[in-house]
Design a protein around this ligand. Structure first.
Ligand code: CA
Length: 223
């Protein structure tokens, strides 16, 4: 199931998008200002970002530029209020993949979403390597010496979040937010249990080398 982040400050539009996309079978998260949207999108666990241009705290162009500058390649569809040519061109220049002009119909939007997701899936598989292992995000697989390592779906999601946030400290709260659905209640102890299980599968013997504990905060991936 593709995960879509909606960054939209108008509650009615955000809610409408959320409902339409859920009905299409997507997993949806919503941010209502640019800073929050950037923070969520930057962790890179989304397959697509629907990004409004006019947003409080940071506009959509700036969010898009910042994502691309920091190497986040998640497809972005801009939601522009005006059908202005200059705005569209600027958006695409800043790294957006497509744009939809408001007001749009749910059908039009879903068609664009599908097209962009299809295009993204058709590009080279997104792969990341560390310590002799290869994470294939497209296939949702971890390979060691070419052979699949048996991970649970939660362990894979956890690993994906770590790998994509390489070098950054993640609190247990951030991990809960990014790995589990909003409907699930997860304690920090549960996070530790899954991290410990994941370590058994990816770490060599002895002290963890890749998923490092950061005392009092959480974990950092040093692959
Ligand atoms: Ca807006």
């Amino acid at each position: 199931m593709a995960r879509i982040l909606v960054v939209e400050d108008e509650p009615a539009i955000a809610l409408g998008l959320e409902e339409d996309l859920r009905l299409e079978g997507y997993d949806v998260d919503v941010a209502t200002d640019g800073e929050t949207g950037l923070e969520k999108a930057r962790h890179g666990t989304f397959d697509l970002v629907l990004l409004d241009v006019m947003l409080p705290r940071r506009d959509g162009f700036s969010v898009c530029r910042e994502l691309r500058r920091t190497g986040v390649t998640t497809p972005v569809i801009l939601l522009t209020a005006r059908a202005q040519e200059a705005e569209k061109v600027l958006g695409l220049k800043l790294g957006a993949d497509d744009y939809v002009t408001k007001p749009f119909s749910p059908m039009e939007l879903c068609a664009r979403v599908q097209a962009v997701l299809r295009r993204a899936a058709g590009t080279a598989p997104e792969v990341c390597r560390f310590g002799g292992m290869e994470v294939n995000f497209t296939r949702g697989e971890l390979l060691r010496a070419g052979r699949a390592v048996d991970l649970t779906p939660i362990e894979f999601k956890l690993l994906a979040v770590f790998v994509r946030s390489r070098g950054r400290v993640l609190s247990r709260g951030q991990l809960i937010e990014q790995v589990w659905s909003k409907e699930t209640y997860i304690t920090e102890r549960v996070v530790d249990t899954h991290v410990s299980n994941l370590r058994k599968k990816v770490e060599p013997e002895g002290e963890p080398r890749f998923i490092v504990s950061v005392r009092g905060i959480g974990y950092r991936f040093d692959g």
